[in-house]
Design a protein around this ligand. Sequence first.
Ligand code: RB5
Length: 147
Amino acid sequence: MKIALGSDHGGFDLKNLVRQHLEERGFTCVDYGSYDSARAEYPVYGEKAARAVAAGECDLGLLFCGTGCGISLSANRVKGIRCCNCSEPVTARLCREHNNCNMLAMGGRIVGAELAFAIADSFLDARFITGGRHEQRVNMIEAIDRN
Ligand code: RB5
């Protein structure tokens, strides 16, 4: 499975720690930047990683900024992206099982490395529950007119 990664400076260190963890688990990671800890604008990297997931170049994506808020908001602007900002593993699992999230964001200034690994694992190991009320609701989300 190929995982898109993106961050600003606030999420840069956590992104690299999570990347190492995922690669040890056998995932392929593609990093869409930023590539150092210098100040970076989260909408740029949230969008880049989100476009890769929306285009099918990556299966799922993980995003990191200081809080997870700005970069998740940016990714959610891309059609077909459902990105949830998570700081614990239960929501990370349920946002895939119930909401079919294809991206997840975390705050590098909010969660520590071990918790981030557990959040990433819960998200990546879960599967969307198809064919029922959850799928119906996700279809309703997709049908909301952005205007
Ligand atoms: C950058 O200082 C910070 O605002 C950003 O990483 C993020 O937390 C925004 O949502």
